[in-house]
Design a protein around this ligand. Structure first.
Ligand code: XIL
Length: 355
């Protein structure tokens, strides 16, 4: 028997009713073809705001702990591993037949103070191995998709983008990326392993340079036999710029031709520079997301469409992109009262798209 939540989330009332009535396999395969929708989970409202959980239960088939698997959260000291956040989100996912995504094993940011003491290649390799072994093995068979290396490409300067500085690049050189993937693969050979990156979708030289650098990196990794299975497009879309549909489609087609999957991992639309009136702003936000998803779907069907948050009530947006007029940011599919916005209609439309 299909639950109300799954029927609602599938968005396919007729098919869900069919399945509920007959358990019909053909009807089931129709709903299975839906691209799953996911959102990151902030632990504070997850614990304090019952409506937040209801929203996740109503809409999501996947969840990602927002910062519970960052190094600074997991390992405030070298020897401590603090899995409480990840474990809570996993328990919720399992109770609701959702998948939890792993974000992230290696990132330049959110590093605890003690990692500044890492002073040699041997020490860096040792810490990376300890970390990946502990974290991936804890969730082996449960987290089926890992954002292994997050944001490896630097923001482009003068049309060129290299690797982003980090303790890993400083101590190990570019090979830290190979190492991370090989370590994760050894610990959970069945897990899907992704590189996750942002700023590849808009019109402009910096975006084209990032796409180029990312493609070059991907080809090199594959040529070295690194177990890389897919690319995560974060999709923190700059609302004031147009989407480079042509450039993005060609990029996704290239990724697909290399045999890799494509995931939308952190979609939201930065509305800092957009007009104030809510109806206008919401339409522009939805239109940008439409163009972004349309360009991707032209080349490949993504494995997931996940947003970075679910409601405008709780979003990381004001951290870097507060509006000058003091109005609340509106980057996400539900408004601050959990009402679906035009952005949700766009996401739902693409999730149901079969080809
Ligand atoms: C953000 C989180 O939402 C914040 O809570 C945190 O303080 C900073 O990072 N790209 C990523 C995410 O991969 O992990 C970032 O999340 C947003 C940008």
């Amino acid at each position: 028997m299909i639950s109300r939540r799954r029927a609602l989330a599938s968005g396919a009332g007729f098919t869900a009713a069919l399945m509920a009535a007959s358990g019909n396999a053909a009807a089931a395969s129709l709903t299975d073809r839906r691209v799953p929708y996911g959102a990151c989970v902030n632990i504070t409202p997850f614990q304090d705001d019952p409506e937040y959980r209801v929203a996740l239960e109503t809409y999501c088939q996947q969840v990602t702990p927002e910062y519970g698997l960052y190094w600074d959260y997991l390992r405030p000291t070298r020897d401590q591993f603090n899995f409480d956040y990840g474990d809570k989100v996993l328990a919720f996912a399992e109770a609701n037949e959702m998948l939890m995504r792993g974000h992230t094993l290696v990132w330049y940011a959110a590093m605890p103070e003690w990692t500044k003491q890492i002073g040699s290649a041997a020490e860096a390799e040792r810490e990376l191995a300890i970390h990946i072994d502990r974290v991936v093995s804890r969730y082996r068979g449960k987290i089926k998709t890992w954002h292994v290396v997050n944001e490896p490409i630097d923001d482009a300067k003068d049309g060129v983008a290299g690797l982003r500085p980090s303790v890993w690049l400083a101590q190990l050189g570019p090979t830290y990326i190979d190492m991370a993937f090989r370590l994760a693969h050894r610990v959970d050979p069945a897990a899907e392993l992704l590189l996750n990156e942002y700023d590849v979708e808009c019109v402009g030289e910096a975006f084209a340079a990032k796409r180029q650098a990312l493609l070059t990196l991907v080809r090199e990794l594959l040529a070295r036999g690194v177990p890389l299975h897919g690319i995560g497009l974060q999709g923190h879309i700059h609302g004031q710029y147009e989407i480079d549909e042509d450039g993005l489609s060609r990029f996704v087609a290239e990724i697909k031709s290399l045999g890799l999957s494509v995931h939308v991992t952190e979609l939201d639309v930065i509305d800092k520079e957009l007009p104030a009136p809510i109806t206008v702003r919401d339409i522009i936000v939805a239109a940008r997301a439409h163009d972004f998803l349309h360009a991707i779907f032209t080349a490949a069907r993504p494995a997931v469409i996940a947003t970075w948050g679910i409601t405008d009530r709780y979003t990381w947006m004001p951290m870097w992109n507060k509006r000058a007029d003091g109005l609340l940011n509106r980057p996400l599919p539900l408004d601050e009262f959990y009402r679906p916005k035009p952005l949700w209609s766009v996401i739902d439309y693409f999730c149901r798209k079969t080809a």
